[in-house]
Design a protein around this ligand. Structure first.
Ligand code: GLU
Length: 480
């Protein structure tokens, strides 16, 4: 049975690159009818925060991922937070020490550094000083009250990583120093905790970022020292910005949360992340979740780094918005409308109109954040006019023209797009005005904007009374 895990460190919001790692693990688990496990790697107690853990879980769920085992749902191999598993790591470390595969090291950082800088050693790190201490040396360290770390005794051998994505990678373990597996405060290092967890949680495949490839020989050596077969490894290429540097804040939004708050749909994000470093045989780009599960394979993952292109994500987002019904879009855009200042009851009251507007505007929507701006003037009773924009909008004889249009609107029955259009066009003809001279200014007066849905459709949706009132208000404002 396939068992894979996503093991985030809760030291920040869910990064796009990590979300992609989670997604690939998820797809692989679902494709193989296996289990997807969520494990929180919080042994860096200074940088780990509960609030980040919560936000990571929330964002993974928002993205549409679900897991069979994890800190929130429990499971047979729990607990799923490393700080709750400390005894297990200590037991394993002691076992390795008793078998001579690890040993206590009493050196201080300063001592190691001093020996390193004074000696002619090739090694840049630890010199394995405490490997073979005598009993009396140990007792004198103890007598000094030193707290030891536990180091892994690295054997001098080749370590072969048969990576599913990268092929065979060979490391000379001899070049590694004996590394720390338990710190002096009895907290395991990342390398040790990850192996003990993967072992005890019966993980079959470790799918993670390529930045961990150089750690893998250490992990394999620990598995071997414990007499166990390591899981299969698949190191995914990294996610870079369009300038081919590691994706960072410089590139704009880099967390799933930011995209979610910026009005992106989970489906679009899910689809886009799957395309980062993986492609189907025929280069198809639009996939439902189910299709991705069916098509996904680790073998089809690229070795070369993936480029995160926000423009493509935006394009996909617009496409997914268009696929939704207006009432679905209305529901998911409520938080954005509320944030823009509209009350729940106001929104409920204008639901039908907003849905109609969404229908009309759908082709132009790129994110859910566009919705308040594009629908606001249909919801509010009154609107305001930005005097800067107004300077660009010239209305010929505006007072007279607007009053006449207002009178005209009063007579239109039924107040429907086609009748409104015919009436206003006729008016322009009779008054010898160019349509363009009237349409754009009228749009501005009625909506406070210079762009938007089709003018006559919009007039119909705003409704007769509100249109008349807006013209009146505008005239009052201009003529005092
Ligand atoms: N906690 C590690 C990270 O966030 C993941 C380790 C792993 O997947 O083995 O990079």
């Amino acid at each position: 049975m396939v068992r894979v895990r996503f093991a985030p460190s809760p030291t920040g919001y869910l990064h796009i690159g990590n979300a992609r790692t989670a997604l690939f693990n998820y797809l692989f688990a679902r494709k193989n009818s296996g289990k997807f496990i969520l494990r929180i790697e919080n042994t860096d107690t200074e940088r780990s925060k509960k609030e980040y853990e919560e936000s990571i879980l929330e964002d993974l769920k928002w993205l549409g991922l679900s897991w069979e085992e994890g800190p929130d749902v429990g499971g047979p191999f729990g607990p799923y937070r490393q700080t709750e598993r400390l005894q297990l790591y200590r037991d394993y470390a002691n076992k390795l020490v008793s078998e001579g595969k690890a040993y206590r090291c009493w050196c201080t950082k300063e001592e190691i550094e001093k020996r390193r800088s004074s000696g002619d050693q090739q090694n840049s790190g630890y010199d394995n000083y405490c490997r073979n201490l005598s009993v009396s040396q140990i007792s004198s360290f103890q007598a000094e009250g030193r707290n030891p770390v536990i180091r892994f005794r690295v054997p001098d051998k080749k370590v072969v990583v048969n990576d599913i994505i990268r092929g065979t990678v060979i490391f000379e373990a001899g070049t590694l120093n004996d590394f720390v597996i338990m710190k002096s405060n009895e907290i395991p290092t990342f390398h040790f905790a990850v192996v003990i967890d993967d072992l005890s949680m019966q993980i079959t495949h470790v799918i993670r970022g390529e930045d961990h490839l150089s750690n893998t020989p250490k992990h394999i050596l620990i598995f071997e020292a414990l007499g166990c077969n390591p899981p299969a490894f698949a190191h995914m290429s990294m996610t870079l910005g369009t300038d081919r540097t590691r994706l960072s804040k410089r590139h704009g939004a880099t967390s799933v949360r930011q995209y979610r708050e910026n009005g992106y749909l989970a489906e679009a994000m899910f689809n886009y992340l799957a395309l980062l470093g993986w492609s189907s045989k025929d280069n198809q780009e639009i996939f439902s979740k189910q299709q991705l599960i069916e098509e996904f394979s680790l073998q089809a993952c690229n070795k070369s780094n993936a480029i995160f292109d926000p423009a493509k994500l935006l394009w996909l987002n617009a496409l997914y918005i268009r696929k939704k019904s207006s009432s679905e879009i209305f529901e998911i855009s409520l938080p954005f409308l509320e944030k823009a200042g509209y009350s729940k009851s106001e929104l409920e009251q204008h639901k039908k109109i907003i849905e109609k507007v969404i229908d009309v505007e759908k082709e132009k929507l790129k994110t859910l954040q566009d919705i308040p701006e594009r629908t606001g003037y249909f919801i509010s009773e009154d609107i305001s006019w930005n005097s800067e924009i107004e300077k660009k909008v010239k209305i010929p004889e505006f007072e007279k023209t607007l009053s006449e249009i207002s009178d005209l609107l009063k007579t239109i029955e039924p107040f429907e797009k086609s009748v409104i259009e015919a009436t206003i066009r006729r008016f322009c003809e009779e008054r010898n005005l160019k349509c363009i001279e009237v349409f754009n200014p009228l749009r501005f007066v009625l909506t406070g904007q210079t762009k938007g849905a089709g003018l006559f459709e919009m007039i119909e949706l705003i409704g007769k009374q509100r249109c008349i009132k807006r013209i009146e208000n505008f005239l009052k404002l201009k003529t005092g």
